[in-house]
Design a protein around this ligand. Structure first.
Ligand code: X2X
Length: 333
């Protein structure tokens, strides 16, 4: 990991000038880091976009992908994309909120009822509002948010049927103030850990539970270290595709267009991939031994309301962001 990290920080390798048969370093050598295994649609579609960019730019742009936390966890990659050590990163809305707090507006508990509401908000006013906030942190963001999915809860202990079952539950959540606040509100004992630590922390029982969308539970093999899954859909989570601001502005306009188009179109396809996966993933995870139940959301919502979760976060996000969200999903608090 240390070796990879210093390689990623190193300047573009030596150029060779037109010698036949010898690969020339690209004019723009870009590095993209993310936190998922290479079998996840986010990686597969990003690799397609990178290949397309190489082709359409006639080799002027090379995008090298460092998957699976090879360059460090989310917190490290967020620091690197800001400094320019890497060029691109896909933090979840929960995670980029450590830098741009309002980005977590789309992750408010039980806000979205379905994908029509999600994409209506994210391709509409909520998405624009968050993009403008991210731009103020000197990061460029592609329009299309990529799909992580609706988050579900898994545990190695007894199944979670109602909010009461979460009392004192040691559950891993991402490094995100909203997640901590929400799971405390639900009566659990949440611990913030980067995704790179999740499998081992479940395996060694540092925590008993975690929450993630089903495709991640599948590709990261979390079913190997968890027994049951409650289909709670408690948070919809997306990945923002962010770009170091200085590097973005340094790209010629024609290359910006090529990259921009490739990644937005790949994002649209990635959303379709997750949608298709959602139709088959439960059966697959059942066959791997994970038990499922589908709790009604009422006890969870009531507990959050009683804990003051919605009132608190309305205050933290501010009237404007909150009313944009409610414009898409209806009254929340
Ligand atoms: O860390 C997680 O749980 C993950 C993979 O869903 C995020 O990137 C927030």
């Amino acid at each position: 990991r240390t070796v990879l990290r210093s390689m990623a920080a190193a300047p573009a390798a030596a150029f060779t000038f037109g010698l036949p048969g010898i690969a020339r370093a690209a004019e723009f050598d870009l590095k993209y880091g993310h936190n998922l295994p290479v079998t996840h649609p986010l990686h597969i579609r990003a690799q397609e976009a990178a290949d397309r960019v190489a082709k359409e730019s006639n080799g002027r742009v090379r995008i090298q992908i460092f998957p699976n936390n090879q360059l460090g966890g989310d917190t490290d990659m967020l620091a690197q994309v800001r400094s320019g050590g890497i060029t691109m990163f896909t933090p979840s809305a929960l995670v980029i909120a450590t830098l741009v707090p309002v980005a977590a507006i789309s992750a408010v508990g039980f806000a979205f009822a379905n994908y029509d509401q999600v994409w209506g908000a994210m391709d509409g006013k909520v998405g624009s509002f968050v993009r403008a906030a991210i731009a103020k942190a000197n990061l460029f963001t592609f329009e299309k948010v990529w799909d992580n999915g609706f988050r579900q809860m898994t545990t190695s202990g007894k199944p979670i049927e109602t909010a009461a079952d979460m009392s004192g539950l040691k559950i891993r959540v991402p490094v995100s103030p909203l997640s901590i606040s929400m799971f405390k509100g639900l009566g659990a004992s949440p611990a913030s850990l980067q995704f790179s630590e999740v499998y081992s922390s479940l395996q060694t029982r540092i925590v008993d539970a975690q929450e993630n969308p089903l495709p991640i539970i599948q590709v990261a093999k979390l079913y190997e270290v968890q027994k049951s899954c409650a289909l709670t859909n408690h948070i919809w989570d997306g990945y923002w595709f962010i770009f170091n601001g200085r590097t973005w502005r340094g790209l010629p306009a024609d290359l910006q267009t090529i990259i921009h188009t490739a990644f937005n179109e790949a994002g649209t396809k990635q959303r379709e991939d997750i949608k298709a996966l959602n139709d088959t993933v439960v059966a697959d995870l059942k066959s791997k031994g994970l038990a499922f139940n589908s709790p009604a959301p009422d006890t969870f919502r009531a507990k959050l309301r009683d804990a003051g979760f919605y009132t608190e976060w309305k205050g933290r996000f501010g009237e404007e962001a909150w009313s944009l969200l409610e414009g898409s999903v209806g009254k929340l608090a």
